[in-house]
Each structure stands twice: as C-alpha cells, then as structure tokens.
Design a binder for this molecule. Structure first.
Ligand code: GDP
Ligand code: CO
Length: 393
C-alpha cells in the first residue's frame, strides 16, 4: 500500500495526533526498495502479511443480517484471527445459532479458524467473575449488553490468543472490498508507527446516502461532525491553537496494539470510540499523572487514514443517532480534563439539537466505565475459547 506519511501532527503531552493521511495505491506489490517520494511511504505486501498474522479482527454484531456478516468475513485477510462477538437475540429465532452455522460453513470453505462467542454466554460471565473483571458485569453478574462490552471481550480473546494487534470492523458493512481495505490500512499504519503504543483509525472518504436524485456522496456522518468538533475544542483548549485534526471520533473501524489497548479505560456502549481518544489524552496527555511511564517514554501515536472505498452500512434511524450523540458528547463532557468552556459548548449543542430528555436538562448522563484489562489473567479464558472455536466441526 502506498500512503502519506503523517504531514501534520498535534502533540499533546506524549501523544501524537496525526492529521488524515491518504492512500495512493491500495496494493503496491512487494517492496522493491525503490524510494517513492519524500512524503509517501510504500508498505510492501510481505510486511502487511506479516502484521496480519499478528492481528486479530473483532467483529461486534447484534442482530445484523447474515448476508452482511458473511460479506464482512469474506473481506478479512486470511492470516488474521477473526473473532465475532455476538449479542444477537436467541429468541424467538436463535439468531446466534444461525451466525454460528454460517461461520462454521465459512471456516470449512476457506480452511480458517474463526471464533464466535455470545456476549451473554454464562460460562464467559462466570470466568470474568472468577478473574475479578467486575466493571464489565451488570448487576445480574452477567456481561452487560453494549457494543463496547463486545469489543472488550474480543480484546481479551485476542490477548489470550497471543496476538499483538486488535482491529475492529462492524458487521453491518455492505462492501467486503472496503473491509479488506480497512485491514490493509491497519497493517500499514502499524508498519509506519514509531512506537509500540499505536492506534490507527479509519476515516471514510464518503458515506453515501440515498436521496431522491440518486446517490449522494456525503463526506460526514451527522454524529461524527458533532463529536469531532468537540474533541477538537478539547485539544484546542490545551494547545491554545484552534485545530481540525480530529476527524475520526466515531470511527468503529480502528485498530490498536494490545500494549496500548490493555492500558485504556473504556466507556460503555456507543461512547467507546470517542472516549478512546479522550482517555488517551487523559492518560498520556501530560495533564494528569499516569502510572504507565513506559508509554510516556515511548509515546502514543494516533493515525487517521482515509479510505479509497466509500462506506456503506445499515441505516439505523434517528433514535440510534440520538443515543450516539448523547453518549459521545457525554463521554467528553464528563472527562476529568474537560474544561468548563468546552462543557458549556457541549450543553449548548445538545440543547439546540433537542437531544436531552427532561430529566437530563442539567447535563448528559455520565457513561459507565470499564477498567483497563492489563492485570486481568486471560489464561482462564481458554475455557471459553475452546467453546468458541467452531473450526471444522
Ligand atoms: P453505527 O454504525 O455506529 O451507527 O452503529 P451500529 O448500530 O451499526 O453498530 C456498530 C456495530 O456494533 C454493528 O456491527 C452492531 O451489530 C454492533 N453492536 C451494536 N450493539 C452491540 C452489542 O450490544 N453487542 C455487540 N457484540 N455488538 C453490538
Ligand atoms: Co453501522
């Protein structure tokens, strides 16, 4: 893959927030050592495949259409370990069973060893209770429902399987070729990173909408525009310079090194993606002290890479939108490092959009937090893994 080197970087303590990088060639062949140009880097196929072998791809899914899930599976490079974490309904139709069968068939056809596990599996909850990972459990002692919770279980399994990197791809993507591109971008970003603490986020070139006059290739989703604006205000407040660096606040498609992933505190549900950025700034922004000195010494990098493929996914309607905006802005609002000025702006935005319920007029609800998993003993998860494995049954 040929893509931009980071051209523009905001530095925030030990964190480097790189501006959006573009892709010039999706497949640049094997690296022949020939220099490209000063600002473009060539990540050869051998390097990409090597990183893919060290990466798990987690697909969180909740009742998505099977055809879409199958398409997503077909787009993931063979050498990645695929982990589906499902929270699909079991009644009246057991949708999880259907997903499992589809995955078994897929594994048989392509000779792969992809895993599937239900988020509310009682054995999983029991193991997590045993190892003391209480912040992911609900009052009933079971793993809470929510996308973030699904992603965390995926991360734990990736760590258990000895992977170094974990990437996330939503199950409701219509374009398998786009899925394939996301993983190539993850690997290329990792290949060019300067630190073991790395995150690569996907910035979609277009998010097409169907309008009366045909397809409209819009640049921004409605939620991401608002989220990015406030994330940028947060950064600007501390640097003193207005910035538009942050473009991927709500990107579900992103990857991290497990070295970074295991240090972060996560926000429950849909607030997970923007809060990852906020938490990196909280931990490694140099504003409040951290116990993770190694990451402070080596630095944390956040890259944002713009795809060539447009992003087509399921349209989930307006209620979902509201939940996402309130969750995303709430996670910034309640941050320890959010200054009163940014809080005011967030409240204004939420009120003007009529997003707050009667009972929340004073402020958006604080999102539930999930603790870092660095010290969780993942070996016990082997019990769950063997159950999750559906290889060639
Ligand atoms: P959007 O694309 O950001 O509007 O959000 P989606 O509703 O498409 O959700 C993103 C992904 O998370 C999809 O693949 C969903 O099926 C999945 N998802 C949503 N809620 C849950 C959940 O509670 N658990 C799991 N495991 N996945 C979920
Ligand atoms: Co979606």
């Amino acid at each position: 893959m040929k893509l931009d080197l980071p051209r523009y970087t905001e530095r925030f303590g030990a964190t480097s927030l790189h501006g959006v990088q573009r892709v010039y060639e999706l497949d640049s062949g094997f690296d022949d050592g020939r220099p490209v140009s000063e600002s473009i880097v060539n990540i050869g196929n051998n390097q990409i495949v090597d990183i893919e072998g060290r990466m798990a791809i987690v697909i969180p899914t909740k009742g998505e259409r099977l055809r879409l899930l199958e398409g997503v599976l077909s787009g993931i490079p063979h050498d990645c370990l695929t982990i589906i974490i499902s929270n699909s309904p079991r009644q009246p139709v057991d949708r999880y069973k259907l997903e499992k069968e589809a995955l078994q068939q897929f594994n048989r056809f392509v000779g792969r060893n992809a895993f599937i596990l239900h988020q509310r599996d009682p054995v999983l909850s029991e193991v997590l209770r045993d190892v003391g990972y209480n912040s992911i459990l609900g009052p009933d002692g079971m793993v809470r429902t929510g996308k973030a919770e699904g992603m965390l279980i995926g991360m734990l399994l990736a760590k258990m399987a000895g992977k170094e990197y974990v990437g996330f791809i939503d199950a409701d993507n219509y374009v398998p070729g786009a899925v394939n591109e996301y993983v190539k971008i993850f690997a290329s970003g990792i290949a060019m990173s300067q630190t073991p603490y790395i995150m690569v986020r996907i910035s979609w070139i277009y998010k097409p909408k169907i309008s009366e006059t045909g397809l409209y290739f819009s640049k921004w989703g409605r939620v991401s525009e608002t989220t990015n604006q406030h994330l940028n205000s947060l950064v600007s407040y501390y640097t003193g310079f207005e910035t538009e660096v942050m473009r991927t606040g709500n990107s579900g498609e992103h990857c991290m090194s497990l070295k970074l992933a295991e240090l972060l505190t996560y926000s429950s549900g849909y607030a997970i993606e923007p809060y990852e950025i906020v938490n990196i700034l909280e931990e490694f922004g140099g504003i409040i002290p951290t116990v993770n000195q190694d990451a402070m010494d080596k630095g944390v990098e956040i890259m944002q890479v713009e795809t060539r493929n447009p992003h087509f996914h399921e349209d989930k309607g307006d209620d979902h939108l509201k939940e996402m905006v309130v969750g995303s802005l709430g996670s910034i609002y309640h941050s320890k490092i959010c200054p009163p000025k940014v809080r005011e702006k967030i409240l204004e935005a939420l009120r003007s959009k009529n997003m707050l319920e009667e009972s929340q007029q004073q402020e958006p609800p604080a999102p539930h937090k999930i603790d870092p998993f660095k010290d969780i003993d993942v070996r016990q998860l082997a019990k769950v893994l063997s159950k999750a494995s559906t290889y060639a049954q």
